[in-house]
Design a protein around this ligand. Structure first.
Ligand code: SAM
Length: 284
């Protein structure tokens, strides 16, 4: 049975009253960076596992679900996604997916903790295969301050690939931050943010959507997808647009995408943006 012995890594989720465990082969890395504790384990069945402050960030086996859903829906919704900014995302998996889009001219990753990226290069090289792409740029600093300093209408898609809304990520879930994003996004700008579990975290998703609306985004769409290693196994990303998102979706381009994915396709895009009944009720 799972427990906190040397054989298992367990993340308990208090608000869900649940826990998720992975069988561990060995600990590969453990450090306290300036911002957080970063651990990497080799698991028996999920490949390498990254943990930040005790919370599962990703595993080699199932990160494709999250990284593809954090990038492709937003990029296939913007009419011409050339200038992309990723806030957080230090493991570089979202960056890799973004750079699969040929029309992307520049993708900037703004990660507060350089150590997350350096550790990923070492233990998750498959996520970092596009780090040397000439279109990729890295800035190590606070995403909130970066957004304050950015010029008006200078970005097409903002992807907020952050940790949970505690510590340095707390300010990324606020109206003040979304107002800055709204200013920095160009005419057809799209923002997408990881938005926790629809089963456990409506108390985060609901205020987040309302804050996006108050910040002036005219359409908000939450996408639902499985994520086995996150609490409840069911996760979400919320898109906010300056225009209606469903009609802006470039379905033909998604259907004929010239690059491979493991999860995302045009039909998944439609399915993921269809909200369950309880979700509609919870938003009332
Ligand atoms: N998929 C993951 C999850 O939801 O569990 C998130 C992965 S990624 C490793 C999250 C990153 O956000 C971390 O590396 C963290 O350092 C970064 N981060 C948190 N707050 C930030 C901020 N204010 N500015 C920039 N990066 C931030």
């Amino acid at each position: 049975m799972p427990g906190n012995d040397s054989q298992w890594f367990t993340e308990a989720c208090k608000e869900g009253g649940s826990a998720f465990s992975l069988m561990i082969r060995e600990k590969l890395h453990d450090e306290q960076s300036k911002y957080q504790r970063i651990e990497v384990y080799a698991t028996e069945t999920f490949g390498n596992l990254m943990v930040i402050d005790g919370f599962v960030m990703l595993t080699a086996r199932d990160n494709f679900l999250y990284h593809e859903m954090m990038s492709h829906p937003a990029l296939f919704t913007h009419p011409d996604p050339r200038r992309i900014v990723i806030i957080g995302g230090g493991d570089c998996g979202t960056l890799r997916e973004v750079l699969k889009h040929e029309e992307v001219a520049h993708a900037l990753q703004v990660e507060i903790d350089e150590r997350v990226t350096r550790i990923s290069e070492q233990h998750f090289p498959e996520l970092c295969v596009s780090n040397d792409d000439p279109r990729a740029e890295f800035f190590f600093g606070d995403g909130i301050q970066w957004m304050r300093d950015a010029s008006d209408a200078s970005v097409d898609v903002i992807i907020i690939d952050s940790t949970d809304p505690i510590g340095p990520a707390e300010g990324l879930f606020t109206e003040a931050f979304y107002l800055e994003c709204q200013r920095v996004l160009g005419e057809h700008g799209v923002l997408v943010q990881q938005s926790e579990s629809p089963l456990y975290h409506m108390g985060i998703i609901n205020p987040m959507r309302k804050a996006m609306q108050r910040a002036g985004f005219s359409d908000i769409q939450t996408l639902f997808f499985p994520q086995p290693v996150y609490p409840s196994g069911w996760w979400s990303a919320t898109m906010a647009g300056k225009q209606e998102l469903a009609t802006a979706f470039r379905a033909a381009a998604a259907k004929n995408k010239p690059f491979p994915t493991e999860y995302y396709n045009a039909a998944i895009h439609h399915a993921a943006s269809t909200a369950p009944e309880f979700f509609h009720r919870a938003l009332d």
